[in-house]
Design a binder for this molecule. Structure first.
Ligand SMILES: O=C(O)CCC(=O)C(=O)O
Length: 254
């Protein structure tokens, strides 16, 4: 069965949206390298900028509440089963920040089976600021190159639609839905929170994902000697290597 990806309007609004925007600014201010699961920076034409925080909810109760509340309900109804939150991240995409090559999330989550990601717009997401584009109707894993992104001739054969979003809108991205985004060509940040869920019955959880992620990233970096911000090489930016970690590999941002 093809699980469809879809936009839902105004899922986070009012005070909750104000809070999400304030929390995002707080988390973005954590220094690069200060968060055990990844506070990553990229090099842009105007300097270094934080581009991703991985596993935000491990250190932020507000974001954790959102991921385990309304976003979990949205993911469950999109996937059609009870779900468990196993991953979340903020992508900041500052002006000049890079995009992501076409990929399928299922290929990025070692050992996962049925997954759904819920991308929440924190800022306006437009074709200028680098919104997500997705292709519907794909129900299998597509051929990939050595970075793990979909090969160009398959990308060219798919029909792509942009998901332009206002702050608080969400787009549900099924595990097999190919998607990509372009660089931010605008003058304001395009920040999104992406929370990912697995079918509860599959026994896939946060601990399992983050330990598999760590091993997979170490293996891939040993192979190509490249610092990376995800298991796939889908990020198109210039990553700034940050191997500073606190005692016992702990967070030191607060
Ligand atoms: O934030 C984006 O534009 C891309 C999101 C995505 O596909 C990812 O983080 O893997």
């Amino acid at each position: 069965m093809t699980v469809v990806s879809a936009v839902r309007r105004s899922v986070v609004g009012g005070h909750d949206l104000d809070a999400l925007q304030a929390w995002t600014a707080e988390v973005e201010a954590w220094p690069a390298g200060s968060h055990r699961w990844g506070q990553y920076a990229e090099r842009t034409a105007t300097g270094e900028a934080i581009c991703r925080t991985e596993n935000v909810s491990a250190c932020h109760t507000g974001i954790a509440g959102l991921a385990r509340g309304v976003l979990e309900d949205v993911a469950g109804s999109a996937l059609g089963v009870d779900v468990v939150a196993f991953k979340d991240k903020i992508n900041y995409k500052q002006p000049g920040g890079a995009g992501f090559s076409p990929h399928q999330d299922l290929a990025a989550y070692p050992g996962a089976r049925r997954v759904m990601s819920v991308l929440v717009a924190i800022d306006e997401c437009t074709t200028t600021s680098g919104c997500i584009w997705f292709a519907s109707g794909v129900d299998e894993l597509l051929p990939t190159d050595d970075r793990g992104v979909v090969v160009p001739d398959v990308v060219a054969s798919l029909s792509w639609s942009p998901a332009e979003l206002a702050p608080g809108d969400v787009v549900c991205i099924a595990g097999l839905t190919p998607h990509y985004s372009q660089a931010n060509k605008g003058t304001a940040a395009r920040r999104v929170l992406v929370a990912s869920y697995a079918a509860r019955g599959d026994g896939y959880d946060r601990e399992r994902y983050y330990s598999a992620r760590e091993q997979e990233m170490a293996r891939a970096s040993a192979r190509d000697e490249r610092f990376r911000i995800s298991t796939l090489g889908d990020f198109e930016g210039i990553e700034v290597s940050s191997d500073v970690t606190g005692p016992g590999n702990a967070c030191w941002h607060r």
